[in-house]
Design a protein around this ligand. Structure first.
Ligand SMILES: [Zn+2]
Length: 302
């Protein structure tokens, strides 16, 4: 997990966010229905797929590609491939406003561009796609196609991260749970080792043991986005068997299907929320200055 997304804010680093909330509040329709009797059973809210806005963030960039797999491929290539499959599946299901966010540049400029895009293009959900590796201390050597590579077969599985610092933590957690449950339904197991002490600074609190949702408060793309946000590590590409699985089109289709079903459920659940509960996702006038993101504290590599 050699991710720039594990950078933490240095104390004092801020986003400059100016929200025109008064204008927005004034624009909301007034409902004078107080005299109407309440229905005996609530009407199930339906998901408006054509208007549901989702940002599908491809983790890392070509220039800074993240982890390197057991066979020498970049994490970015896996992220891009899987995100494209998920994007296509979502569009096929009617989510025409699903946007594939591909960033370029080095770690910090790429981070700024992601946060800026999310801030200026308010969405109902931000989902960042990654693939996992392990701390360096667990790496072993093997030879593949005549070249020496690192690998670790000890850990496998996907993992889902949410941040309590996100503008809408309850909704972030809800989507995390829905996604985890869908993956479980399809026979996939989450990576349990993040709770272990040996993970050191990467040890995480498991907030949902059924769905496999972990808490990672200081992950920049989760804490600085103004909409529900989840980071999904789809599987470990440093594990030799799991790398092959992650490269399989059938497995990618299974994941894309699980994500799409989870988005459908989330979309329906959000449709039943009151407008004032969704204030965080309304358009905001946001300026993200590179200087406001720096200096970022880099966690030491393991
Ligand atoms: Zn990553």
């Amino acid at each position: 997990m050699n991710h720039p997304w594990f950078h933490r804010w240095k104390l004092g680093a801020t986003l400059l966010i100016a929200a025109s909330l008064l204008t927005i509040a004034a624009a909301q329709p007034v409902h004078a229905e107080a005299s109407k009797p309440a229905p005996k059973t609530p009407v199930a809210a339906s998901c408006d797929r054509a208007h549901f806005r989702l940002i599908l963030d491809v983790g890392h960039s070509e220039e800074v590609p993240g982890a390197i797999s057991a066979r020498g491929a970049t994490e970015y290539s896996y992220n891009l491939n899987l995100a494209q499959k998920i994007h296509a599946k979502l569009r096929e299901a009617g989510f025409s406003k699903a946007h594939l966010l591909v960033s370029s540049g080095k770690a910090n400029p790429s981070l700024v561009s992601r946060v800026s895009y999310a801030a200026n293009n308010p969405a109902d959900l931000f989902l960042s796609i990654h693939h996992d590796a392990v701390p360096d201390k667990f790496l072993e050597k093997w030879t593949y196609e005549g070249r020496s590579h690192n690998y670790c077969d000890r850990f496998k599985g996907h993992s889902i991260f949410v941040s309590r610092h996100n503008a809408d933590y309850p909704s972030s957690l809800l989507f995390g749970k829905l996604l985890g449950q869908q993956l479980k339904t399809k026979g996939m197991n989450y990576a349990p080792h993040y709770v272990e002490k040996f993970m050191g600074i990467r040890q995480r609190e498991l907030v949902d043991a059924n769905a496999g949702v972990y808490r990672f408060d200081n992950l920049v793309v989760l804490m600085s986005t103004t909409m529900p946000a989840v980071l999904f590590e789809a599987g470990s590409i440093i594990n030799r068997d799991e790398e092959l699985l992650m490269g399989s089109p059938e497995h990618q289709a299974t994941i894309a299907s699980a994500v799409t079903t989870a988005v459908e459920s989330f979309c329906a659940a959000q449709a039943s929320r009151k407008p004032e509960q969704r204030i965080a996702r309304r358009p905001q006038q946001v300026q993200v200055q590179p200087s406001s993101l720096f200096p970022i504290f880099f966690q030491p590599a393991q």
